[in-house]
Design a protein. Structure first.
Length: 93
C-alpha cells in the first residue's frame, strides 16, 4: 500500500488499530513514529520536513538506526527495503 502512495507522489500516514496498540505497549514508540515520518518523507523527497523529524529523533534517541526501526515492525521484504532506502537517503541507515 505504501509503495502505491509513493509512486503517486503522496505519503499518507494513517494510524490504524495495530499501530495504536503497538504505541500503547512500547515506551519508545515515539521514536518509531518519528522514524516512520522521517523515512517516509525522505522517500517522498520532502527533505526539509525530513530533517526536522530526523533531528527530533536524534534528540530522543541519539543512537537510533534503521535496524531499530525494522526490528520494531514486521515488514515484508519489499516494505523493509523501502524504509531502508529512506534511511539511506537521510544518513540513518
Amino acid at each position: 500500500m505504501l509503495d502505491k502512495r509513493l509512486r503517486s507522489g503522496r505519503v499518507i500516514c494513517v494510524l490504524w488499530p495495530p499501530l495504536a496498540a503497538f504505541i500503547v505497549g512500547r515506551p519508545n514508540a515515539h521514536a518509531h513514529i518519528l522514524g516512520v515520518a522521517a523515512y517516509s518523507l525522505a522517500l517522498a523527497g520532502s527533505f526539509d520536513e525530513t530533517r526536522a523529524h530526523a533531528i527530533a529523533l536524534r534528540k530522543v534517541m541519539p543512537r537510533y538506526t534503521c535496524d531499530d526501526f525494522i526490528a520494531a515492525f514486521r515488514f515484508d521484504p519489499h516494505g523493509e527495503a523501502l524504509f531502508r532506502k529512506g534511511a539511506r537517503l537521510i544518513g540513518m541507515a
